[in-house]
Design a protein around this ligand. Sequence first.
Ligand code: SPV
Ligand code: MG
Length: 431
Amino acid sequence: MKTVYTCFCTEVIHEGHLNLIRQAQAYGKVIVGALSDRALIRYNRFPTISQEERVRLYRSLEGVDSVVIQDDMCYEDALSLIRPDYVIHGDNWKTGPEAEIRAQVIQQLAATGGTLVEVPYTNSEQVRKIDRQLREKLAMPEYRRRRLRQLIGMCPVVKALEAHSGLTGLIAEKTIVAQNGRLDQFDAMWVSSLCDSTAKGKPDIELVDMSSRLRTIDDIMEVTTKPIILDGDTGGLPEHFVYNVRTLERMGVSAVIIEDKKGLKKNSLFGTQVPQTQEDIAAFSEKIRTGKRAQLTDDFMIIARIESLILERGMDDALTRAAAFVDAGADGIMIHSRKEDPGEILEFCGRFRAADKSTPLVVVPTSFHAIREEELAAHGVNIVIYANQLTRSAFPAMQRTAEEILRCHRAKEADERLMPIKEIITLIDEL
Ligand code: SPV
Ligand code: MG
């Protein structure tokens, strides 16, 4: 008997899936690939039920002969192993990022004598509603909040992109790159104090108050589902920090990172060019302890950011602080540097990991931007934050457009390199 292979990434079965199975049965014995958790998160289908539950769900469907785990969005390994006579898929993958995967499937089937069968995608009101519901579930605070810890457990490295508005949030949420038969995307968002302040035309000195920062977070949350890491600056007074921890937790923010500075905070990339004072270890440890006591869920993370390398206080000081802050209850350590050479970051990670195998490590490779994520991960880094690149790309582009309109006394010249309105509105979801 011939075999037919199809791959599912859903956790709710709707008429579209049932139709696909019915059609597949006409070709032979139906094998369903259940996309693994690891593979699902590379395609923004973050699971809210376990891999085992999904397998059980698919197995229970009439017409399904067997279920296997497919551990990659790319079908290569699954097809090599199963060597099906047919692969069946909805025709919706002909365009968009999945087209790359489709092309790879066609190529592989050609080599093994298999055939691709494509059925019209079921685009009914019910299917659209289920898709929307699945997405909305992920936007709920309880799901979003815990997603960062889940990702740290699942990914070799969690990649966060800066967001400071609904629009930049959408870019972090939706940007997908297909490359070598694989899809990639960001895992989380970083609400940077620098970019949030810059978007408001203000300096990064804790001038933009928490109410305004929360408003930015809410704008982002309204249109996205990915977890949010807040740049909490110094965390402010401990007496205020406890209230903010509660608020962030309730909203569904996954983590706040607070830095060990006191007095007037300036941006770290100024380093020692401006006066900045590091908080002493005992006082900062107490702030962490106070924050952890206020926290109500096990999901939320308070991450301590160490500024010793920024302020040239030395590696030993950075390591002493890291150990003390973990002792005080910090759920992670962020180590920052403004050197182009990643040497001091890698030395810190190596020495920190020698003593502490499990506390998550966070880095922000703005100055040391040449190092790749996998090398950082090999040194024990868990979260890489791209902290300001969206703002730094948008600002000069907007400035250039403004200058061009002034120079030409019309918009035609600038318009030629602008995104068409039609395209920009496709970014925005309509209910
Ligand atoms: C931010 O993005 O606001 C940060 C990172 O705190 S840095 O600008 O490098 O200090
Ligand atoms: Mg900041």
